[in-house]
Design a protein around this ligand. Sequence first.
Ligand code: T1G
Length: 690
Amino acid sequence: MSNSVSVANEGGVAIVTIDNPPVNALSFHVREPLMQALVALRDDASVAAIVIACAGRTFVAGADITEFGKPVQQPDLRAIVATLEAIAKPTVAAIHGTALGGGLELALGCHFRVADQGAKLGLPEVKLGLLPGGGGTVRLPRLVGALKAMRMIVSGTPIGAQEAHGTGLVDAVFEGDLTTHAVNFAREIARKGGPFTPVRERDESLGETDLAAFDAEAADLARKARGLEAPVACAQAVRNAVTLPFDEALAVERALFVKLVASDQSRAQRHLFFAEREAAKLPGKDVVKRRISRVGVIGAGTMGGGIAMAFANGGHPVTLLETSQEALQRGLATIEKNYAVSVTRGSLSEDARQQRLGQFKGSIDHADLGDCDLIIEAAFEDMAVKKEIFGKLDAVAKPGAILATNTSYLDIDEIAASISRPQDVLGLHFFSPANVMKLLEIVRAEKTAPDALATVVDLARRIGKVAVVVGVCHGFVGNRMLAARGSESEALLLEGATPSQIDKAFTDFGWPMGPFQMGDLAGLDIGWRNRKARGLTAVIADTLCEQGRFGQKTGRGFYLYENGSRTPIPDPEVEALIRDKAAEKGIAPRTIAADEIIERTLYPLINEGAKILEEGIAARASDIDVVWVNGYGFPIGKGGPMFWAGLVGAGKIIERLEYWLELTGKDVFKPASLLKRMAESGSWEAGSTA
Ligand code: T1G
């Protein structure tokens, strides 16, 4: 056989083992010997049954995503599944780890599937801007029903082995040596004798499909897709499984797959898949990481409480420190309430709630942080306060403890220089709510030790965060670019655009919400405090804050929010205020098109990203995309600001930036030199040649 596929024979039951680390992707060097093995075993009269298993940590986790966009090498997955499904003798997939995408489709080509109790099964292609292209949209509904299949395929969320057994996706769940169980299962099936019905012929449940309910749910999912094509195609393909003959539905699935795999949206989402993994890779050789068990968090407010929950949720004991018992109890009460809400919603079991609450220890004495391996301060955003805290940590923290600040803006080199152990200092910039938002900007200060950095990058992944290592500058990567994106917001208002028009231009682009809705959600007072600290002004937002209009939390901001509702209602008072301020500045209002709004907000965003790359604050353009998709909701179908710049064309962006520079004279429109090099070379790699 080959290194990637081997065959053993146990008393007439053939075991085909796929071995393609790390996730047994169905690369060509797996597919070719796998097809040869299946054909040989099909024709081998001494073989009574066939088990397909995988070596390593998981069953096949999908097609090889790196092969997409390249010429398909035969046999492709569809040919393998067709051959497998036509085998008359019983075939059994032995599933452990994660059977995902093409892996589950391979298993659906078998008569039977058995799973380890810890296994997960799913069709996550939608997350890559695709749909299952190996028959999953037509076979899965035949086992679990059309509605369940649509939900699984449109969400891309895998299900556990027990649930899969309950829905008929797997035929047995085992504990212990899965392959032995699978061989015994296959032998028993062969002994009982056939015929063995392939999944393609098991369409008894499809007739019960309530198409009206299916269509209603599919329409709702399409609305939530916010312009993404794959979710809509997934639902359509599953519907075809109900309404069309098998082979016709399969042909439509293939046509949809071919269209999607060539689309910009899928290229963007595949870019993000690899970008997230690339972002966690540090230059240089591997270093020994420090051991992190107990985590100390200073500050039990919104950020500190969320950060504490993020670590408790990741299984770490947490010491939560506040300046007073009253503040500490308030913080702990908020944490308890948050967990209680999760239990009520059904997203957390009562046992898990108790277990997580048991991780917390409260204190108002810094000395109690002496046994912490990592301490994160989430105190008031003021340099003097941060330095005072780090001074105390320098005295009480154990040697080798990592000392992190959650600051959003402040100079971490300055904080590190104020204590005796700058090598242990770095930034962990969480995004609110810290127990929910995936992004974690890990700020590498000038003197941060490599092992400290590697330790927190690994720790981030283990607590379910998407880590991006960034350098020290005002606002690091995300917030610095956010300032550039917002630099024209007030000018656009004063020139005639309303908050609703600007926000609609953003949501039509694919953002979950526009800048003014986002400001009202986060609280306008945060930006107001930052501007005052830096001697900056924003005439509209400042005036709103002076009137106590901080956004949702005060029921009024750029919009009105009635009776605690989160639905923004345009406020004529705000629009009148904007008109008055414009008149004071002698600005005559005009109609502003959505394209202009996008140019004057997102092109400065990209330009600032180019400057950040030039300065080495971010190591890769794809790191910037990971920040913006995971921290700010940049539409995944556009791949992040830097990937999207490639779709728009750097040359066009430069031309428009220069137009607005000429008109406004503002620095945000001055094209970065790397943006110009991108226009020439087509690559963000500094100094790259085409
Ligand atoms: N193809 C190629 N490489 C892959 C891969 C894949 N399918 N999955 C993972 N890798 C690489 C990944 O880039 C990383 O590389 C290493 O494996 C470890 O991954 C026809 C069209 C399985 C849950 O979408 O969800 O089948 O960084 O860091 O955290 O219908 O990998 O080490 O160089 O993520 O333990 C459908 C994608 C494909 C599953 C494991 N399948 N993978 O998570 O490890 S499309 C998927 C995952 C398809 C068919 C369709 C996760 C994982 P490197 P990792 P992990």
